[in-house]
Write a protein that binds this ligand. Structure first.
Ligand SMILES: NC(=O)c1ccc[n+]([C@@H]2O[C@H](COP(=O)([O-])OP(=O)(O)OC[C@H]3O[C@@H](n4cnc5c(N)ncnc54)[C@H](O)[C@@H]3O)[C@@H](O)[C@H]2O)c1
Length: 253
């Protein structure tokens, strides 16, 4: 861990849910944490918690689909914590609807956050990784990349992130930088809670239904994803690149 103690990890969408848990886990692993989100309150709570536990952390309010905001956030991270050599592109949104009812604005919004956002953050951070001759990029895909009714926008974005990941692995591999994707199945967060609400069922019933269809017979927790991120970000994962790891309680794709 000593080598990692000087290193900084930047996690997007860290204001709650999976991103917050990834930030906690990477802090535990010895990284300084730059937490990016639109939600200031979520960031304040997370950074207070991390700081109280003796970790170095800053929260930066930024919209990851905004080029200037991303450039500024990455520069601030480098200045205040050190070069961000681990990037976790986790921020995400859903705007579900059947194709015939899907608004162009909901298509664009989902593409902008997942694809444009991950591109902007990776592009801004890669120069720090290349300079350090060491880096780790982890992109959050989803089992929805395999197709999911009502998610034409989200499934396309999450499949796109898999291609993006493989290309980053090819381009950045010679500089000691790996790029991998994690494709979670059903994880208990406010995102899945909002889906239950939209469908008019309780979160308890929604998770019970989902668990029955999962070989592990349970739904996932944010820590299940954070554990996978921890591996990809580790020193020992240096020869693992361009991979998509489904973390879904059973086989996928
Ligand atoms: N929960 C699941 O079952 C599940 C499954 C597969 C993949 N995922 C993916 O995992 C990631 C995290 O999901 P979650 O369940 O924790 O979601 P969540 O909705 O609980 O949290 C997402 C966070 O991203 C932030 N965010 C959204 N747009 C942003 C933007 N433009 N700029 C900065 N921050 C922004 C939100 O403010 C929020 O704090 C997402 O990419 C999601 O698509 C989740």
């Amino acid at each position: 861990m000593t080598e990692q103690q000087q290193r900084t990890a930047l996690v997007t969408g860290a204001g709650r849910g999976i991103g917050a848990e990834i930030a906690r886990r990477l802090a535990f692993d010895g990284f300084n944490i730059a937490a990016i989100d639109l939600d200031k309150d979520g960031l304040d709570a997370l950074t207070a918690e991390l700081t109280e536990n003796g970790h170095s952390a800053v929260g930066i309010v930024a919209d990851i689909s905004d080029e200037t905001a991303v450039e500024t956030a990455v520069a601030r991270t480098a200045e205040e914590l050190g070069a961000p050599v681990v990037v976790v592109n986790n921020a995400g949104i859903i705007r579900d609807n059947l194709l015939f009812k899907m608004a162009v604005s909901d298509w664009d919004l989902v593409m902008n956050v997942h694809l444009r956002g991950s591109f902007l953050v990776a592009r801004a951070a890669q120069k720090h990784m290349v300079q350090a001759k060491w880096g780790r990029i982890v992109n959050l895909s989803s089992t929805s990349a395999l197709g999911n009714r009502g998610q034409a926008n989200y499934s396309a974005a999450k499949a796109g992130l898999q291609g993006f990941t493989k290309t980053l692995a090819l381009e950045l591999g010679p500089f000691g930088v790996t790029a991998n994707a994690i494709a979670p199945g059903f994880i208990e967060t406010e995102m899945t809670a909002s889906t239950a609400k939209r469908m008019g069922i309780t979160f308890e019933d929604f998770t019970a239904q989902a668990a029955a269809a999962i070989p592990a017979r349970r739904t996932g927790k944010p820590a299940d994803i954070a554990n996978a991120v921890s591996f990809f970000a580790s020193e020992n994962a240096g020869f693992v690149s361009g991979q998509v790891l489904y973390v879904a309680g059973g086989p996928k794709a």
